[in-house]
Design a protein around this ligand. Structure first.
Ligand SMILES: NC(=O)c1ccc[n+]([C@@H]2O[C@H](COP(=O)([O-])OP(=O)(O)OC[C@H]3O[C@@H](n4cnc5c(N)ncnc54)[C@H](OP(=O)(O)O)[C@@H]3O)[C@@H](O)[C@H]2O)c1
Length: 302
């Protein structure tokens, strides 16, 4: 993994092509313009460049024209993989010798497929997962996970860094998308649990804002569990140093009972308990919470 937050890399390229001017594409373009790049942009529906033009962006009449008018990376930010294939497909050898930086959300399989397709057309491929919202692009909070051709990553890093903190997480082009999915499950897990908790305390007229203060403190404390459990998972030694699964089972029963009594939806606590029950049935009540990883890992296909 290469983390390039530190150190000023030499600026080697000025001309960037951007295909796609939706909410994210426009923010990407604006961040590059703020960094002093020369941009050629294209969007399927004309008229979306708006302020980018007054800030210096050139608008190309086609995706092919945008690619040929520039020399630097070709940044693609469209709705989905199908849109990317439909835009890049007709370009073919126009991409030869260039680097496609695909910041469109996709699956790891789609990223690998696109990497193979671009290689077949003589282009380098870098996949990118944008862990940010449009308004934070170009700021310190925007994180971009890249995977794929590391040489291309190093070559274009001065440009890529206009958008935020860029991390290269491996040469397998699917890794950025895989991490994106893993971070999304974390986000939705935390957010759904916050909503469940807010609904629970809301039955006693506690404002969500009051609960949020405690919730945020608790979320910060949980980072210690994450670090400790990661080590236990990697070393396959889920020794209970804080609480055993048996102890968690009792606490989960309280949560279920409290939710049922309050009339709050019980699907989330039931999911927790079902996952735990499977581990208890395997005789793992004395293990640490990290032992539940086995309930999530892929099971052998029959
Ligand atoms: N917005 C966010 O907060 C955020 C955060 C992280 C990642 N992302 C990812 O960034 C990507 C773009 O998101 P967005 O928010 O910019 O979406 P958006 O505002 O809906 O823009 C979608 C863009 O894709 C273009 N497009 C869609 N289908 C096309 C096709 N078949 N051919 C050519 N162009 C096509 C649209 O062109 P038209 O203008 O012609 O429709 C538009 O430029 C997505 O993969 C998204 O998951 C977004």
């Amino acid at each position: 993994m290469v983390d390039n937050r530190a150190g000023a890399a030499r600026i080697t390229e000025a001309d960037v092509a951007i295909l796609g001017l939706g909410l994210m594409g426009r923010s990407i373009a604006a961040a590059h313009l703020r960094a002093g790049r020369s941009l050629t942009v294209w969007n399927r529906t004309p008229g979306r460049a708006g302020d980018l033009i007054t800030q210096g962006a050139r608008v190309a009449p086609s995706a092919a024209a945008a690619v040929t008018a520039s020399q630097g990376p070709v940044i693609v930010c469209l709705t989905d993989h199908e849109a990317v294939r439909s835009v890049l497909g007709p370009l073919g050898r126009t991409l030869a010798g260039r680097t496609v930086v695909n910041l469109t959300s996709s699956t790891s399989g789609q990223a690998r497929e696109l990497a193979a397709w671009t290689a077949g057309h003589g282009a380098a491929y870098l996949d990118g997962a944008v862990i940010a919202v449009p308004r934070s692009m170009g700021g310190p909070d925007a994180v971009l996970l890249h995977s794929g051709d590391e040489k291309a990553f190093q070559q274009h890093l001065p440009v890529l860094r206009d958008l935020g903190t860029c991390v290269h997480i491996g040469s397998d082009p699917g890794l950025a998308a895989l991490h994106d999915a893993a971070l999304l499950t974390l986000m939705w897990g935390v957010l759904n649990s916050f909503l469940h908790g807010a609904a629970l305390v809301g039955t006693a007229q506690v404002p969500a804002a009051d609960f949020a203060v405690l919730a945020n403190r608790w979320i910060s404390s949980l980072t210690e569990f994450v670090t400790a459990y990661a080590e236990q998972i990697d070393t396959r030694a889920p020794v209970a140093k804080d609480a055993s699964l048996d102890t968690h089972a009792a606490a989960m029963d309280h949560l279920l009972q409290e939710s049922e009594t309050a009339g709050v939806d019980v699907s989330l606590p039931r999911l927790f308990r079902t996952t735990l029950d499977q581990a208890l049935a395997d005789g793992r009540g004395g293990d640490s919470y990290a032992a539940l990883i086995d309930q999530f890992r892929p099971r052998p296909r029959r």
